[in-house]
Ligand binder design. Structure first.
Ligand code: AMP
Ligand code: MG
Length: 483
């Protein structure tokens, strides 16, 4: 029997200087038990699960048995958490290395919840089952929603308790990412004031994510431009599906442009731009409507790290970088307008488009309409709710239909665009809670059901009405950091 699953490991990040990481192995766990395995992602990665038994798979996905060729590390990084600069690092994760697919695509394989590292500070290095399953399900849902994201390959229980407010079952998530390089990684290296290391990180990042700018005249500036574009696309995507990240700290912003770290995140039900779910976000810093502003703020922190590489003359470098950062607003506006046009099936542009969008959103806000389902209503794909009989909504619809009629594309094509941009189902908060509660009792039927439903969010599915409606409870949904 084979004892590996076709891993093909490279360890390019671990070859960077000592300052970038700690060489470490995942801590051994007592009784591993595989809970979920992402066979579809496994196929994409050319992994082979068929010649290996469940017990060995469990050993692999808790880190008891390391892939051949893995040189595992914990990555160093820093970050602005709620605006305050802190030295951080993988305090409860181990990067096993990079798996290379047949197509030469490189993916980080990381175990989250794998034990203490040099960066654990006061933490125990561990993770509980609920938050790891939550990250797995939501990141998979995001992927199916066509939002760039890290993904989950497996969740396995450790057989050991983790102590939070009470004893919880410990678990490890195997996270797959195109890399784990964060804005915070640049902040960490930049804070060390070692230009050679900073250049190394720049070159490594460009080589891995943006090889097209490898030979450009001003690599640092071009990387900044690329990241502005990527992060702008990402946040517009979040706004499109009503996703609220919850902890947009700079350590939770990737250079690849993938969504990372699903802690207190959640999807908005009723449209309210000020929606915040996270219990620790007292001031609403990371509210739905603030996400583009925070993206720009985080990008400014990234730009600061690159200053010494943009120009030898510091003042000049700051001026150039500031100009670049200020291009974010226009870019965001353009991309947001395009996204809204897609959601409403509009081709070309019209001077009144913005007021059309704002009026719909204001109507949703005032009437407490569901964000996702309002767009479903416009596509005539229910769920029907009494609120949509409101006169103002009907009048708005007339304006919208008139606007659609000046499209150069056919009505059918307009609907097609809408269908590709408006999900029929999102991870509803009460359904996530329901699923986690039953998983805690070792019943994994709901998680599999939910994963299946969320895997085709743009397709009509029978008998899923309870997954399409928000909870009828008036209680405000609160999320907590997944520690
Ligand atoms: P997060 O909120 O998951 O983005 O984590 C922020 C920082 O806290 C990172 O450096 C994590 O590695 C660290 N961290 C979170 N939970 C734990 C834990 N249980 N033990 C050690 N470090 C942790
Ligand atoms: Mg984080």
């Amino acid at each position: 029997m084979k004892s590996d699953i076709n891993w093909n490991f490279d360890n390019s990040y671990s070859k960077l200087p000592e300052a970038f990481k700690e060489n470490i192995k995942p801590l051994f766990v007592k009784s591993p038990k595989l809970i979920i395995l992402n066979k579809e992602l496994g196929r994409k990665l050319n992994l082979n699960f068929s010649d290996i038994n469940e017990k060995e798979l469990s050993e692999i996905f808790v880190g008891n048995k390391l892939p051949t060729g893995s040189k595992s590390i914990a990555q160093a990084y820093a970050g602005h958490q709620f605006g305050h600069f802190v030295m951080l690092g993988d305090g409860r994760a181990t990067l096993l290395g990079e798996h290379v697919t047949k197509n030469k695509e490189k993916y980080d394989i990381q175990l989250k919840g794998s034990g203490k590292t040099a960066f654990s500070r006061n933490g125990d290095g561990r993770a509980a089952l609920g938050p790891m399953l939550r990250e797995y399900v939501i990141s998979e849902a995001m992927n199916s929603l066509k939002v760039p994201t890290t993904r989950g390959l497996a969740v396995a229980k450790t057989g050991e308790d983790v102590i939070r407010e009470k004893a919880l079952q410990g678990a490890i998530l195997t996270r797959v990412a195109s890399s784990h390089i964060r804005v915070g990684t640049f902040q960490y290296i930049s804070a060390r004031q070692n230009l050679k290391e900073l250049k190394m990180l720049l070159d490594y990042t460009i080589d891995r994510h943006y090889p097209e700018i490898k030979n450009s005249k001003n690599k640092a500036l071009d990387l900044l431009s690329r990241l502005i574009e990527k992060q702008c696309d990402l946040v517009v995507n979040w706004m499109r599906v009503g996703f609220i990240h919850g902890v947009m700290n700079t350590d939770n912003m990737t250079i690849s442009g993938e969504t990372i770290d699903y802690g207190p995140c959640a999807f908005m039900d009723v449209y309210d731009p000020k929606t915040v779910f996270s219990s620790i976000d007292k001031t609403g810093r990371y509210a739905y409507c603030n996400q583009p502003l925070i993206t720009k703020w985080n990008l400014s922190r990234f730009a600061e790290c690159l200053i010494p590489l943009i120009d030898e003359n510091k003042d000049k470098a700051i001026e150039i970088a500031t100009q670049k950062i200020n291009s974010f607003d226009k870019l965001y506006e353009e991309k947001w307008m395009k996204m809204m046009r897609n959601k409403l099936g509009l081709s070309e542009t019209d001077d009144n488009d913005k007021s059309l969008f704002i009026d719909l959103l204001s109507w949703m806000h005032i009437n407490k309409a569901d964000y996702t389902n309002t767009f479903c209503q416009l596509m005539k794909l229910g769920p029907t709710e009494i609120i949509y009989n409101d006169k103002e909504f009907i009048n708005w619809k007339k304006r919208w239909l008139k606007r659609i009629s000046i499209n150069k594309i056919s009505f059918e094509d307009s609907i097609k665009i809408m269908r590709n941009n408006n999900p029929l189902v999102i991870p509803r908060n009460h359904k996530i809670e329901e699923m986690l509660e039953s998983a805690e009792q070792n019943d994994f039927r709901l998680i599999h059901k939910m994963l299946k439903i969320l895997s085709t969010p743009y397709t009509e599915q029978e008998n899923i009405i309870d997954y399409r409606l928000a909870s009828s409870s008036k209680k405000k949904y609160k999320t907590f950091c997944g520690t």
